[in-house]
Design a protein around this ligand. Structure first.
Ligand code: NDP
Length: 575
């Protein structure tokens, strides 16, 4: 690639980003509270009636998504008998409980995304499972490991406090429960709180509206598989074109009289290539295949070798990178990124027949800036006469009126507005999620007031027997369920050892925590690439100002670090 070509692309990317920068950054969104509270009501379950509980369990797991179920499973395998899952939804599944929009599927290969496949004897029916298959797998896990036994659904933890004299957590909920637990594991998920755009006039709209994570099948008819017959005479607007919208558009296009897709930033849409699982392949799998396949995925995407054949388009950037020569690894990565994005822009021209629509659907930013998406139906949907792309040229929807949506001064009258506007990812971490968690001396939010303070992102000084699964001061991977499993294995390893050795509690020393915090500061991830990115939740809506403390290695290295630490240093956290 010529230097002039690289410069030209950099300038184009910068210009596109600048169009999208806004002074209010993450404050442009409104929380689904107060008048907007109905956006988060549960459309899937009847209200459960029960008396408040005042009992005690050994381990209390907050969150019944894949992370919580993995924590419960690994604890069960470590010998813990009394485990209570506390979950806001009406059943297990977490993000797969809430996200039942039409077309929902995992975008990571199901053979590595769905956890505990060998333990439960399940092989997914397709390479990319439908949401319903994943939700049912979550139920399968809960049944298999007897996690329904003490579970509390439609229950939200309102506060919790450590009782040093009893060495127990007291956990209070919005149902008046006051439960006690020796260990608490929080896995509240990064995508648990939907967000809405603060578009002027959003509360003036008189038609029907909902968020994709609470799909209103009562209004649309049908289910995740389609058949939304009540949309046959409806003009439907979809705001947002992220990973969710990519899956929603083809399904709604099939059933609505007309679909208007309001786009601020186009997604990069790669080939999907879904296929039913080959029964011969499924029958040939030998013990240990699942862990090997998950590890292989990480090896390939992190450029550490591995078998390329087993890895889908998520491994493409590494493959492009490998093909580049040159001494500067950052420049090599940038050129690989440019080549990949040029190929994706060329794909838009190949698929979309109308040149102006094709132009508007082309993503002009680096591949690493936004969640890549995959579909063999999304771009194709814009070739239909009943689907219209309303590009806002990077500025977003101008206004919402009683009757519809205004862009560029033109009002588009619609019967229904669906918000595919994503989630408040900051709300995922327990320290910032608004639930008071009082440790020995202070709350977790106070403890983390100037940034996360933890050992391995999982435990903190002053918060005995408390474990927070998820993102922060640890390694992440796009295959998030794998990351959660490694964390759950670690936590169960700690609890198992604490019980075996008769320890009263597990808590990192101040020194160990400080050493980990210092290491995260030292290894702080460079922000240059992300700061130059088009805004989004990856870069705090374009307002990244300082390096992000974090673990510099990859998820494979992190799992190995945890494993070795359990062998050599585990005794340091037992008291
Ligand atoms: P995103 O946050 O990725 O997308 C939100 C969309 O709303 C963006 O296109 C955004 O535009 C748009 N938007 C926000 N405000 C406005 C506005 N004022 N006017 C017009 N458009 C607006 O949310 P998603 O729900 O799509 O995805 C969230 C995450 O969920 C993904 O990143 C992925 O990690 C996960 N996911 C995973 C799936 C899986 O299969 N595993 C499937 C679906 C989602 P802009 O880009 O300009 O901000």
């Amino acid at each position: 690639m010529l230097d002039s070509e690289i410069e030209e692309l950099r300038a184009r990317y910068r210009a596109e980003r600048d169009k999208r920068l806004r002074p209010d950054g993450a404050r442009q969104y409104v929380a689904p509270e107060g008048d907007f509270g109905y956006y988060v009501e549960d459309p899937y379950a009847e209200e459960i009636q029960r008396e408040p509980l005042t009992d005690e369990v050994e381990a209390l797991v907050i969150g019944g998504g894949l992370g919580g179920l993995l924590a419960g499973t690994r604890l069960r395998q470590a010998g813990v008998d009394s485990i209570r899952v506390v979950e806001k939804g009406g059943d297990v599944g977490g993000t797969w409980y809430w996200n039942r929009y039409p077309g929902v599927r995992c975008d990571i290969e199901s053979y590595i995304y769905l956890p505990l496949l060998e333990e439960t004897g399940f092989v997914p029916s397709e390479r990319y499972s439908r949401g319903e298959e994943i939700r049912r797998h979550a139920q399968r896990i809960a049944k298999h490991f007897d996690l329904y036994r003490d579970a509390c659904f439609q229950t939200e933890v309102s506060e919790m406090a450590w009782d040093e004299s009893a060495l127990r957590w007291t956990v209070r909920t919005d149902r008046g429960d006051e439960m006690r637990a020796k260990y608490v594991i929080i896995s509240s998920g990064p995508f648990s709180r939907p967000k809405l755009p603060g578009i002027p006039g959003i509360d003036d709209y008189r038609g029907h509206t909902f968020h994709t994570s609470r799909w209103d099948y009562g209004y649309t008819g049908g289910d995740q598989y389609g058949g939304m017959d009540r949309l046959a005479d409806k003009r439907v607007a979809l705001i947002g074109t992220g990973a969710t919208a990519i899956q929603v558009v083809p399904a709604v296009a099939e059933d609505a009289e007309r679909l208007l897709v309001f786009q601020r930033t186009p997604s990069a849409v790669d080939v999907r290539g879904n296929a039913p699982t080959d029964p011969e392949w499924a029958a040939s799998l030998d013990p240990g295949w699942h862990q090997r396949r998950r590890d292989n995925f990480l090896r390939v995407v992190h450029g550490k070798g591995g078998d390329d054949e087993q890895v889908d388009a998520w491994g493409e950037l590494t493959r492009y990178s490998r093909a580049e020569t040159g001494d500067d690894p950052e420049l090599r990565a940038e050129i690989a990124d440019h080549r990949k994005m040029s190929a994706l822009r060329a794909r838009v021209d190949e698929v979309v027949s109308d040149p102006a629509t094709a132009e508007a659907l082309k993503p002009w930013y680096r591949h690493v800036c936004k969640r890549p998406t995959f579909s063999d139906e999304y771009l194709q949907a814009f070739n239909r006469d009943d689907v219209e792309l309303i590009s806002t040229a990077g500025h977003g929807v101008e206004r919402i009126t009683e009757n519809g949506i205004v862009v560029d001064g033109v009002e588009h009258v619609v019967d229904c507005i669906v918000f595919a506007t994503g989630f408040d990812v900051g709300a995922g971490h327990p320290a910032f999620a608004g639930t008071p968690i009082r440790g020995r001396e202070r709350t977790l939010a106070e403890h983390c007031a100037r940034g996360l303070r933890s050992l391995h992102g999982l435990t903190s000084n002053g918060f005995p027997n408390l474990f927070c699964l998820g993102v922060g001061q640890n390694a992440v991977s796009v295959n998030f369920s794998h990351v959660l499993d490694e964390q759950a294995v670690h936590v169960a390893g700690l609890v198992g050892q604490a019980e075996a050795r008769g320890a009263r509690c597990i808590e990192p020393t101040e020194r160990a925590e400080q050493a980990w915090v210092d290491r995260m500061e030292r290894e702080a991830l460079p922000i240059d690439v992300l700061a130059e990115c088009t805004p989004g939740y990856y870069n705090s809506e374009g307002q990244l100002t300082r390096k992000r403390p974090g673990y510099a290695g990859d998820a494979l290295e992190f799992s190995e670090l945890l494993r070795q630490w359990r062998e050599t240093s585990l005794h340091e956290v037992l008291r």
